[in-house]
Write a protein that binds this ligand. Structure first.
Ligand code: GLN
Length: 379
């Protein structure tokens, strides 16, 4: 068939590519971000019970009231925000929420500011909606943001700014200064904010997560996107949610209803019950900080250079002292010759510029981290 691609420059995602290669070469997979340890038995039992108790038909469009109430309670308690029950929608993971937000609000030639390196689903989704991604480079190695530069890039066409905090792949956790700078840029404008906070419960060394929900000027124009997949080690469930002020949420739901209508009912029953115990998400930072430190204790013996990640379950490492290869080639070399799969960060960078940095996912059990760590320590 003769057709013209809407995404001529897009191929297979790096996550699929690297996980496939990891399987092919039987390498330890520290590339795609997902935990390899089992899901909590309690959550599995709740899911099994929900199916057995016949919660198997369509759920309400915006999500099960029992679950949406819990989400609102959790968010307002943690971030001192003022969301009400009409201001939430349960989604098929963060990815669907993000795509639906773009589809709802972007019109041809609208501009959307995103920060590079960026998680890979933003740009294609913006382009599919005929809008234009405007790229701002975070300043390596600290991945700081020059907010003056952002200000200069605002035009009459700027519809939205996308922030990802904690940030994938760098692990950057936004500071109070970052949040205030963002607030100053958008206040008194009609610019919307999409805040991808899927790693909200993974911040380390005492730093706390500054959600847009904590800042009234930001809350009133923001979509806060979250993922149960990340928080409860169930990436395969593909469940998350979006929060936004009432008028924005009403508009969002117009599209969501034709996009998915509603999402997995029995898993929503399970999640509603599981959220009763706040320990299930409050202990996550400690849990992952231990894994980060354990993994980094091996990396510290190697010639890789790194700063311990501040948030998320990713650790970046600079391999300049190890090899002259491009990062994509270096990752191939790591898989084939050392049996370790990682992600070349250039795929997330502006113009795919290689800075000799790769990303490891440390959401793995102790045995896997030990095995991988021992190999990496010798490089
Ligand atoms: N978010 C995960 C990562 O960054 C992968 C998700 C996916 O495979 N699409 O590795």
């Amino acid at each position: 068939m003769d057709f013209s691609s809407k995404l001529p420059n897009v191929g297979q995602t790096i996550f699929t590519t690297m996980s496939k290669l990891a399987n092919e070469y039987k390498a330890i997979n520290l590339s795609q971000g997902f935990p390899n340890f089992p899901t909590d038995v309690k959550l599995k039992e709740l899911a099994q019970n929900a199916v057995a108790e016949n919660h198997n038909q369509y759920a309400p469009l915006q999500g099960l009231p029992k679950l949406t109430e819990k989400i609102i309670e959790k968010t307002n308690t943690l971030y001192n925000s003022t969301y009400s029950n009409e201001e939430v929608c349960v989604t098929a993971g963060a990815t669907q929420a993000i795509f639906t937000i773009f589809s709802t609000f972007l019109k041809p030639s609208d501009e959307v500011i995103i920060f590079k390196p960026a998680y890979d689903c933003y740009e294609p989704a913006i382009e599919l909606n005929n809008a234009i991604p405007v790229l701002v480079e975070m300043k390596a190695p600290s991945y700081s943001i020059d907010w003056e530069e952002v200000k200069q890039l605002i035009t009459s066409k700027t519809k939205m700014i996308v922030v990802n905090n904690p940030h994938n792949p760098s692990g950057k956790v936004f500071t109070l200064e970052d949040m205030q700078a963002l607030e100053n840029i958008v206040k008194d404008t009609n610019i919307l904010v999409l805040s991808d906070e899927v790693y909200e419960h993974m911040t380390f060394d005492g730093s706390s997560h500054l959600s847009v929900a904590k800042f009234p000027e930001l809350q009133k124009r923001s979509f806060l996107v979250a993922s149960f997949g990340k928080t409860f080690h169930v990436t395969g469930w593909k469940l998350g949610y979006v929060l936004a002020p009432k008028e924005l949420m009403e508009e969002y739901k117009k599209v969501h209803q034709y996009n998915v209508f509603c999402v997995n009912h029995p898993m929503q029953v399970a999640l509603a019950e599981y959220l009763e115990n706040s320990e299930n998400y409050l202990q996550l930072s400690d849990f992952y900080q231990q894994r980060r430190d354990f993994f980094n204790s091996f990396l510290a013996q190697s010639s890789f250079e790194f700063t311990p990640t501040q948030g998320s379950y990713f650790q970046l490492a600079d391999y300049s002292k190890v090899s002259d290869l491009k990062d994509t080639d270096f990752c191939l070399h790591l898989i084939k010759d050392y049996g370790i799969a990682a992600i070349p960060v250039s795929v997330f960078n502006k113009d795919e510029k290689c800075r000799k940095v790769i990303r490891f996912c440390f959401a793995k059990d102790e045995e896997t981290l030990t095995k991988a760590g021992k190999i990496l320590a010798k490089i």
